[in-house]
Design a protein around this ligand. Structure first.
Ligand code: HPA
Length: 279
């Protein structure tokens, strides 16, 4: 993606808000109520922003909400772009590149995911420790193509993509709020078809605890640019190779179950921001 397009989008946003947040937040499917918690928001429909891709998925309103949460300026993206919508990875990750151009130093990514770990239940929150980027490993890494050395290295280290200190912050915030926080590996698949039982078994064997169709490309791009990343999945459904009889998965259920986790996700994000301002 030519940087001129990223600069144009970032300039447009700077003209629409006086705020200069250091924290970005990307909301997953059905997690829109978190945006309603933002105080004195400047709201920018993403359709107004030059070069911004159109989000086509139900449950993903396209808005940037720039305001305050727990006394911190935050830039919230409601309506992320997915690879399965047909956009190339450079376009999928344009919103993150624009956030980076705007000066974000920390990115909190959220998503709705299927629970591969048999001890997880729908409605659980999972702190992402690491990811499996299957499309990336197969040639759809968002850093594919010429590298901008001013942004980051050609071959970025990924051993600590999910910032260990921020994971500590999340654990402390969960404990302080009395919330159970699972932890695990997020397996990123392209979708849009849900997984077959054989695929789910494979993802479990590969070490996945949750499976979803977003997040990893954004994390690669943010980490490459030195942005500290924190990831939280809400477990929207069971994604088990041998499910209880009659259990199937559909997008409506994913959105509905996501709602169960929303109040706790909001509490957790608020707690994380409190911990960050206290340190
Ligand atoms: N599989 C893939 N992506 C998902 C799922 C799932 O079961 N649930 C929510 N996003």
């Amino acid at each position: 993606m030519p940087s001129v397009e990223i600069s144009a989008a970032a300039d447009f946003i700077r003209q629409r808000t006086q705020r200069r947040p250091k924290i970005g937040l990307i909301l997953g499917s059905g997690l829109n109520p978190l945006a309603e918690a933002i105080e004195s928001p400047d709201v920018i429909p993403t359709g107004d922003i030059p070069h911004w891709p159109i989000s086509t998925v139900q449950g993903h309103a396209g808005r940037l909400v720039i305001g305050e949460l727990e006394g911190q300026a935050v830039l919230v993206l409601q309506g992320r772009i997915h690879f399965y919508e047909g956009y190339p990875m450079a376009v999928v990750t344009l919103p993150v590149r624009v956030m980076i151009a705007l000066g974000i130093e920390m990115l909190i990514v959220t998503n709705a995911a299927g629970g591969l770990n048999p001890s997880f239940a729908p409605g659980d929150l999972m702190l992402i420790r690491d990811h499996l980027n299957f499309p990336g490993m197969a040639g759809n890494n968002p850093l594919f193509g010429p590298n901008d050395e001013a942004t980051g290295p050609r071959f970025p280290d990924m051993t600590q993509a999910y910032d260990p200190a921020l994971r500590d912050v999340a654990r402390r915030a969960a404990a302080a709020a009395g919330l159970t926080l699972r932890e695990g590996v997020y397996a990123y698949v392209a979708g849009p078809s849900f997984e077959t039982p054989a695929e789910l078994r494979f993802l479990q064997i590969a070490g996945g605890d949750a499976v979803g169709m977003s997040t990893a490309p954004e994390v690669v791009v943010a980490h490459h640019a030195g942005v500290r990343v924190l990831g939280i999945s809400t477990i929207a459904n069971l994604a088990l190779p041998d499910p209880p009889p009659g259990l199937t998965v559909n997008h409506e259920e994913v959105l509905a179950t996501g709602q169960l986790a929303v109040p706790r996700l909001i509490l957790l994000v608020r707690g994380i921001l409190q911990q960050l301002s206290a340190t």
